[in-house]
Design a protein around this ligand. Structure first.
Ligand code: 6GU
Length: 239
């Protein structure tokens, strides 16, 4: 998979060279390219923002650098054999990112993340980008970050680990929170007794059927207590 990131703070993404995603890049499974949007700003100050038409607080990102950057990156690809990219703009005004979104995006050949500041990007950029690929505005949840960078990192990590070969043991992907719509069961390791707290007996029993049943039960119990909205019977989840 190829992932391009456009940001005015490219060094945010240095952390993505660590750990599993770093290894995936070394192995050629993931081709991650982070570019500074200012590369496509050509005035003396490399300006990427300006005051909003109609007035109001904050600044809006100018369309020109975005247009040139997207032309170059999508053009790059037009030269190869990959299909049109999926262009993601992290935004608190977007659809909410879930494990389902991650699974969907992990099947794409080419993702482009456009990191804006939260006051926003000139609306015409989204319209223009939709001529180059599928545009998705995606939010991490109902709170506000200063810009799209941290949200993009979270999404790249969630998507990247679903690319075949990135996580060493694919079985570990199946048992995680949200993969089956439930929270994951509690885990324990040695010692069996620690500071007067013991590991549940069933886990030491060697009875695999009983262990599986206990874990399933714990998943439901935790989900009911912490995240009832995830359960199909919850009315709030249907709205
Ligand atoms: Cl994707 N961007 C920003 N700026 N704030 C957010 C967000 C995204 N998701 C939640 N808050």
């Amino acid at each position: 998979m190829r992932i391009d990131v456009l940001s005015i703070f490219p060094s945010y993404f240095d952390g993505l060279t660590l750990s599993l995603l770093g290894k995936a890049q070394d192995a050629g499974i993931l081709d991650l390219r982070v570019r500074d949007l200012r590369e496509w700003a050509f005035d003396r100050h490399r300006t990427v923002d300006d005051t909003p038409y109609g007035g109001g607080a904050g600044m809006v990102m100018k369309p020109e650098p975005w247009g040139l950057a997207l032309d170059e990156i999508a053009g790059d690809v037009a030269a190869g054999e990959a299909g049109p990219p999926t262009i993601i703009f992290p935004s608190p005004a977007g659809e909410v990112f879930t494990q389902r979104t991650a699974r969907d995006l992990a099947t794409r050949e080419h993702l482009i993340f456009g990191c804006g500041r939260y006051e926003g990007i000139d609306e015409r950029v989204f319209e223009y980008a939709s001529q180059l690929g599928e545009v998705r505005l995606i939010s991490l949840g109902d709170y506000v970050l200063n810009g799209g960078e941290v949200a993009t990192m979270a999404m790249i990590e969630a998507i990247g680990r679903l690319i075949p070969g990135v996580v060493g043991n694919p079985e570990s992907l199946v048992e995680e929170s949200h993969e089956d719509g439930l929270l994951e069961y509690p885990s324990y390791t040695k010692p069996a007794s620690w500071r007067e707290r013991t590991v549940p007996d069933v886990l030491l029993s060697g009875n695999h059927a009983a262990i599986a049943a206990w874990r399933r039960d714990q998943q439901f119990e935790r989900t009911r207590r912490r995240r009832p909205d995830l359960l199909p019977s919850d009315d709030a989840a249907q709205s």
